[in-house]
Design a protein around this ligand. Structure first.
Ligand code: F0G
Length: 352
């Protein structure tokens, strides 16, 4: 048996904390696996394709990395409550960390567009859910106003602690590989995570811990691709509800990451996203939510177009766990209709 890894904020205390700053709240976030693919990379045409599986975080997404820092600081600075707008994962994470801190939590969500598992997570942790008849962008605008009025501490990624904490994922990738990858691919919604990864790689380079920085490859969904189009999308639409965002808060951070790294931000279709989600599960046994598969869909596109070389080391970030959104999975094989509990009927249903 090995001992549990140290809490994330302790592990990177030197890079994140004020001197002697206490971090009493932790749910065991971070230290997620970097998995070298065996079958998916071969299928896509990459010899070294890794998956950074953020679904193993306590609430099943990368949001916990920044939320742990934001909620520790909200609690220690005497906040009375926390509030966020969310497509679901931020809400689930905020609710959990606020519960651990003993703080009330308010989450503002686009009605009818949040995956069931995420709603359940926020509810069970005792958050107050407010559904709005509008999209994420409208919810975030309202939450920022509430923050300005001092109603509660805003724990969206406009809170700098969130992106500071999310840098730890870039550091873990470098620590696990012993070097930076050549390229890092991830989904882009509100654009905080691509901003945080780039900041993390840049910080590690500044510390002399890595000698180069990867190309940042961001992928939006075709129906929610404001950065690709160069203008906000008033009514974003995609099956990947986590990234159903039309006017990202960290737009400038994302384009800076793209341009400074020599990378790109492009879009993929819902069909490509669902195919990638299925392939990650079929070929590697890893279940991620649809938005998480956007990076894999994008890498497949770039590799097939000759824009990634087969000898390059590529990391795809799988941002959230598939169990959050079971409704997005269509059973294509196997029928859910019941047969008689007899060997003959079962054998025939098995197709043998
Ligand atoms: N993947 C998942 C699973 C997400 O939940 C999100 C964002 C992203 C990718 C995109 O990351 O916004 O930093 O560019 N979810 C936010 C939320 C918006 O409210 O949970 P981003």
């Amino acid at each position: 048996m090995t001992a549990a890894p140290p809490a994330l904020l302790e592990r990177y205390r030197r890079l994140l904390a004020q001197p002697r700053e206490p971090f009493p709240i932790t749910l065991g976030e971070g230290s997620t696996p970097l998995i070298r693919t065996r079958r998916l990379g071969a299928e896509i045409g990459l010899e070294e394709l890794y998956l950074k599986y953020e679904g193993t975080n306590p609430t099943g997404s990368f949001k916990d990395r920044g939320m742990v820092l934001a909620v520790n600081r909200a609690a220690s600075s005497g906040a009375r409550a926390v509030v966020c707008a969310s497509t679901g994962n931020t809400a689930a994470s905020a609710a959990a960390y606020a519960a651990a801190a003993g703080l009330p939590c308010f989450v503002v969500l686009p009605a009818g567009k949040v995956a069931r598992g995420k709603l359940a997570q926020a509810l069970v942790a005792g958050a107050r859910l407010v559904m709005v008849d509008g999209n994420f962008d409208e919810a975030l605008a309202a939450v920022r106003r509430l923050g300005d009025e001092g109603v509660a501490a805003v724990v969206n990624s406009v809170n700098p602690d969130r992106l500071d904490g999310q840098q730890t994922a870039a550091w873990e990738v470098c620590d696990a590989l012993g070097r930076p990858p050549d390229a890092l691919a991830l989904p882009v919604g509100n654009a905080g995570n691509i901003t945080a990864y780039w900041r993390g790689f840049t910080r590690y380079a500044g510390e002399g811990l890595i000698e180069s920085r990867p190309r940042m490859l961001g992928f939006q969904a075709d129906g929610a691709a404001p950065i690709v189009r160069g203008e906000p999308v008033a009514e974003p639409e995609t099956i990947a509800t986590a990234i159903r965002i039309g006017n990202p808060a960290s737009w400038a951070g994302a384009t800076a990451a793209r341009d400074d790294s020599g990378g790109s931000i492009e879009s993929v279709s819902d069909d490509e996203i669902l195919a990638a989600q299925r392939d990650v599960a079929h070929l590697e046994g890893i279940f991620c939510e649809p938005a998480s598969a956007a990076g894999v869909a994008g890498v497949r596109k770039l590799a097939s177009g000759g824009r990634l070389h087969r000898s390059e080391t590529v990391v795809c970030v799988l941002t959230g766990h598939g169990l959050k959104d079971p409704d997005a999975v269509q059973a294509e094989e196997g029928s859910l209709a019941a047969v008689a509990p007899e060997v003959d009927a079962i054998r025939s249903a098995m197709g043998i």
